[in-house]
Ligand binder design. Sequence first.
Ligand SMILES: NC(=O)c1ccc[n+]([C@@H]2O[C@H](COP(=O)([O-])OP(=O)(O)OC[C@H]3O[C@@H](n4cnc5c(N)ncnc54)[C@H](O)[C@@H]3O)[C@@H](O)[C@H]2O)c1
Length: 441
Amino acid sequence: MTTREIAAPLTDKLLTRQATVAIIGLGYVGLPLCVAVAKVGFRVIGLDLNADRVAQINRGESYIEDVPAELLGQSVQGGKLRASTDFSDLKMADVIIICVPTPLTSTQEPDISYIRSASQAVCDNLQEGQLIILESTTYPGTTEEVLLPALSGTRNGTVGEDFFLAFSPERVDPGNHTFNTTNTTKVVGGVTPNCLAAAVTFYSQIIAKVVPVSSPRVAELTKVFENTFRAVNIALVNELAMLCDKMGINVWEVIEAAGTKPFGMMTFFPGPGVGGHCIPIDPYYLTWKAREFDFHTRFIELCREINMAMPRFVRDKVIRALNQQRKSLNGANILVVGVAYKKDISDWRESPAVKIIHELQADGAEISYNDPHIAMLPVGKGLLSSVELTPAALAAADVVLITTDHTSYDYDEIVRHASVVVDTRNATRNVTGNRDNIILL
Ligand SMILES: NC(=O)c1ccc[n+]([C@@H]2O[C@H](COP(=O)([O-])OP(=O)(O)OC[C@H]3O[C@@H](n4cnc5c(N)ncnc54)[C@H](O)[C@@H]3O)[C@@H](O)[C@H]2O)c1
């Protein structure tokens, strides 16, 4: 049979959008993808171990800010999307996409146990002609070294003939109102030409531009490189911020001025550290894999060192702000404004705010926080609740520390009522009054 003939039944189902698509892992990546795939007409089954999330989806309720409940509800009510905890539903799927977490272990090594467990569920239910795509961010080689042997060992199937396998990294940027799942270019690498053709045909039904690459490894490394690029550049401006602090130069002014160069410059901003599920984690997947090749990823190690030092640098800024008032950190009331890892989202995973709070508490500070997106925050063994950002709360704090620059905040009000503001995001740049009370990063 020719390449075209082998993939023909699946290709026809994809082009007519009669295929059923199963998406494993219904988080920040999987849920927006479910809605985007259902919207173009495919039947979608979302699978997750978390029964609460599954029930919420089936009620048409969204728990991800970027997924409007209305859109989700339309897909569910229209019979295009349903969620399940029953992995035998995978048998009904023509396409299976894996979007499960890829964190680090306590010793900072890749934890691909979620990928292994999802791939086991796929193996247990594998049907002839299925297209399996891994979207979780991971080190180069995962698709061919972990998934391929497991799937090939199931019923002795041949990849590219009995089943199809590809890797396509998700590039979702939570809180980004311009770029979403469907208008962000998608890179795809297939294990064989048939696998690539099937995956490109599938994504072309949903996503404006699909870029095929020669292998899953290229696609895997592309994603890790993108996030490493960000991590390294953020580290560079964080280092600059620490130097500017010593030199008495406003780093924000320097960055703004440098950004006026119309070529050869890309603006990154310093901050209290890096957070979320990507930047603090993904580069270390590469560091780990590089060791297999007796290669040391020096840039990555260096940027980690710098970015990880930022919470402590912020703590030192707070201490200096207290010093100016002849106060000590021990017993000081610090009001932390914004704890999400970036603005306008509710994700606090790896958030630098949590690390800073931890550091401040360790030295005896009394911490309260406000975040309109996060009602409760686990810090250490305790749980903090978001307080209202009233004039009284602002005035009562010895230091108001801005760690996340949510758009909804009224920064004039914050500066007006606070005795001193440590601003790690230059969120107060447009505030004109009481600027003497602002200490920038
Ligand atoms: N969050 C982002 O901004 C982002 C962006 C691009 C890529 N990614 C990558 O996408 C992947 C998923 O990240 P996320 O942020 O969506 O994670 P998430 O934690 O928001 O969601 C993951 C979901 O998978 C479920 N899950 C875990 N193990 C499972 C299993 N064996 N079977 C079924 N469901 C399972 C969890 O219950 C959870 O609902 C990661 O590799 C991440 O690095 C994330």
